[in-house]
Design a protein around this ligand. Structure first.
Ligand SMILES: Cc1cc2nc3c(=O)[nH]c(=O)nc-3n(C[C@H](O)[C@H](O)[C@H](O)COP(=O)(O)O)c2cc1C
Length: 328
């Protein structure tokens, strides 16, 4: 099976520039990295957190695609212009975010409820996009019914969208239920835009099954699967040491150290660093066998020293689960 192109999904608060850099340094670069969403603001300037995501010196030698969340063409174009000047040649539109606060403002997957407005949005955006800027789209298949997707895909098909990343869930699914593979199959038949699949591929086994079901598919966006097991791309690429438990444990520790050091260097205070790195364990804990009690200790750690001690204990006592083992 040829190796698919692997993209890291945008995950607000998780796949930050520090995470992306640490991952690339230890596990090798992925084909593309999407930033967590940036929102255009009336006062123009980006929040520090957003600026950090796109500063060229924070993303050196990585193929990074900034993602934008909005339903206003003017704001989108203004931010696109800033990103163009920073050197970006692809941006991504978020039509997938299911969170209530975003959806009620008609953004993310909330924008899918207004197909006519969406059509007008693309029309205005393509009239004003700078130079050769590529625009890719990350979308859900609708708000409340599978049938909505036909109309949405017809809209996407009218524009020179560079890539359509489909997370085949409805907004109302949030992350529940299963991805609606039939909708993806429909897109494979009907889309004029090159496709990329995203959703619920957590293990090597699940990815191989997906590849058998969709043999022509060669682009995958992975989110929680990589956070859960940062070595997953190495397994998919068939790298020599990807099944060597000791090597993988060493790599994980190196990766983890880089993430912690990265956050510490931001000068945001130890409590904030602790909060950021603890969040990752919601997923990462499943990489290790019989790690529940160590996971609880990590969660309880009140300062960075105790936290680091708990992580050392966990990695000394628990083996990394073999690749392909079922995600919990
Ligand atoms: C904590 C979290 C934050 C996310 N933030 C974003 C985001 O900023 N932009 C976006 O398009 N999707 C976001 N997503 C959705 C992911 O990019 C991805 O579509 C979703 O996790 C499904 O892929 P997976 O099953 O491979 O994780 C987020 C998901 C999670 C769990």
């Amino acid at each position: 099976m040829p190796t698919p192109h692997i993209y890291l999904a945008p995950m607000e608060g998780v796949t930050t520039f520090l995470y992306r850099r640490a991952h690339a340094a230890v596990y090798g670069p992925l084909d593309k990295y999407f930033t967590p969403f940036l929102e255009p603001r009336e006062k123009r300037s980006m929040k520090t957190k957003e600026r950090n995501e796109v500063l060229p010196e924070h993303n050196e030698s990585l193929n990074v695609v900034p993602q934008i969340l909005t339903n206003h063409a003017a704001g989108f174009l203004e931010l696109a212009g800033t990103l163009w000047e920073m050197g970006y040649r692809e941006i991504n539109l978020n039509l997938g975010c299911p969170s209530k606060t975003v959806v009620t403002r008609g953004k993310g997957s909330g924008f899918l409820a207004a197909p006519e407005e969406l059509d007008r949005f693309f029309d205005a955006v393509y009239k004003g996009l700078p130079g050769e800027m590529k625009l890719s789209v990350k979308t859900r298949i609708g708000v409340e019914a599978d049938e909505e997707f036909e109309r949405l895909l017809a809209i996407y098909n009218q524009y020179p969208i560079s890539e359509l990343i489909i997370h085949p869930r409805l907004q109302q699914d949030y992350y529940k239920n299963h991805p609606r593979k039939e909708a993806y199959r429909y897109a494979l038949e009907e889309s004029k835009v090159p496709l990329c699949y995203n959703g619920d591929l957590f293990t090597e086994g699940q990815i191989r099954e997906f590849e058998a079901e969709f043999p022509k598919e060669d682009r995958l966006m992975l989110g929680r699967g990589i956070i859960l097991n940062p070595g997953l791309p190495s397994v998919l690429r068939g790298e020599a040491d990807c099944r060597d438990e000791k090597v993988q444990r060493r790599k994980f520790l190196e990766f983890h150290r880089r993430v912690v050091d990265g956050y510490r260097a931001l000068d945001i205070g130890d409590r904030n660093v602790l909060f950021k790195v603890k969040e990752l364990w919601f997923y990462q804990i499943h990489l290790f066998e019989h790690a529940e009690k160590y996971g609880k200790k990590i969660k309880k750690a009140q300062n960075l020293e105790t936290y680091m001690e708990c992580v050392r204990e966990l990695t000394a006592c628990c083996r990394i689960a073999p690749p392909g083992s079922p995600a919990k």
